[in-house]
Design a protein around this ligand. Structure first.
Ligand code: HEC
Ligand code: HEC
Length: 341
């Protein structure tokens, strides 16, 4: 290789290096954040005081997450609607629960992966953390329809569960509704999925393809990161339909919280969680991106730009924690029977 060639290739290399650094800098400026690759930093995010997560609680919480007997019918678990093999969601427009009834507000099941990074839970942000959140669906009529008393009786009638709660907490633990639901929340705290985007921001320059880098740049330039930021790339309450009415606003009756604000969904694993929006009305990711341009930013996003952004969103498909399907302890004659009413 002659000197001239060498010089040019080193110039190209340094301009790529510079471009990568500049892009990472731009990401940081935009407020987007990576999932840290060092364990201590991650633990700080998912268990800030370091006193919630233990191996035993996570293992027990996992069983309860997959436990259909927490529902009145005995056949619906958290995993029915937040299927960990389907991006943490269910793939249907409106969630279907007890007695095969669809959510009365036509609400779509959001993913549970990375929900630990949110400020607020639920589309209207009415819950502040995962432990509190888990109380909702268990009792909700269109979901698992279980009165608290039924949940408590089912679990306490199964000696293996009682033993596991003692072992995960203390010998005289009161296995009440709060403890049962909180244990599920503890398991959910571990459902984080680092992706190529995180590797790139954490310093691995070739983690993203050139097309994904272009898309990331477009994503920030268009203003998407104004709301899809933080580690979750979502998770805060934001106004919706700022610039224009949502095309499918009339499907269901959801209007946000009392100020009309909506919990910004995470964009992590977004390629796996169609259909989109609170009422699951849009199946195409590219269409969802364009809808955001018109409703949130008052701009028209071209097919080409939408394609670039979708390329980038592919880099948010995360590595899922390996989850072994748990063997659940058997019922006893005292365990309240399934009830389909
Ligand atoms: C019948 C389907 C169904 C079942 C069963 C169900 N969920 Fe949900 N889940 C939903 C829907 C729909 C929402 C959104 C509801 C809303 O915002 O009002 C939701 C919201 C959530 C959220 C908030 C996520 C976010 O983006 O705000 C979490 C976390 C969650 N569920 C966890 C659970 C857990 C834990 C269980 C089991 C105890 C469970 N869900 C059972 C359908 C279901
Ligand atoms: C002003 C805040 C804001 C901006 C800017 C914004 N979004 Fe959103 N985004 C939201 C909110 C809030 C929702 C949920 C709306 C709903 O379903 O009611 C959402 C939903 C989405 C969804 C569907 C997610 C799902 O799981 O259903 C995608 C995809 C999305 N946004 C991508 C983008 C892209 C790409 C841009 C830039 C072109 C963008 N957003 C700009 C706040 C914003």
């Amino acid at each position: 290789m002659n000197t001239k060639k060498l010089l040019t290739s080193s110039m190209i290399l340094s301009s790529i290096l510079f471009a990568n650094n500049a892009l990472v800098e731009k990401v940081t400026q935009s407020g987007m954040m990576s999932i840290p690759n060092n364990e201590a930093a991650l633990t700080k995010l998912i268990d800030p005081n370091g006193n919630i997560i233990t191996d035993k609680r996570v293992e027990l919480g996992k069983k309860l997450y997959f436990e259909p007997r927490l529902s009145k019918s005995g056949i619906i678990s958290c995993n029915t609607c937040h299927n960990l093999g389907l991006g943490g969601a269910d793939g249907v427009p409106a969630a279907v629960g007890h007695k095969w009834i669809a959510n009365p507000h036509h609400l779509n099941s959001p993913t549970v992966y990375n929900a630990v990074f949110y400020d607020k839970q639920f589309w209207d942000g009415r819950s502040h953390d995962l432990e509190d959140q888990a109380q909702g669906p268990m009792q909700a009529e269109p979901e698992m329809a279980s009165p608290q008393e039924l949940v408590i009786q089912r679990i306490n009638s199964i000696p293996e569960y009682v033993e596991e709660f003692k072992s995960a907490y203390s010998k005289d633990v009161n296995i009440d509704f709060e403890t049962i639901t909180a244990t599920i929340g503890i398991f959910e705290r571990t459902l984080v999925t680092p992706a190529a985007f995180d590797d790139f921001v954490n310093g691995k320059e070739d983690a993203l393809t050139d097309a994904q880098k272009v898309g990331l740049n477009t994503f920030i330039d268009k203003g998407c990161a104004n709301c899809h930021n933080g580690v979750a790339l979502g998770g805060t309450m934001q106004p919706f339909e700022i610039a224009a009415k949502y095309t499918f606003a009339n499907l269901g009756d959801f209007k946000g919280d009392d100020k009309g604000m909506v919990k910004t969904p995470t964009l992590r694993n977004i390629t796996e969680t169609a259909p989109y929006f609170h009422n699951g009305a849009i199946w195409s990711l590219s269409e969802a991106v364009k809808e955001m341009g018109s409703t949130q930013l008052g701009i028209k996003i071209s097919d080409e730009e939408a394609g670039q952004i979708v390329d980038f969103l592919g880099a948010l498909k995360g590595r899922k924690p390996e989850i072994t399907y748990p063997q659940l302890p058997i019922s006893t004659l005292d365990t309240p029977k399934p009830n389909f009413d």
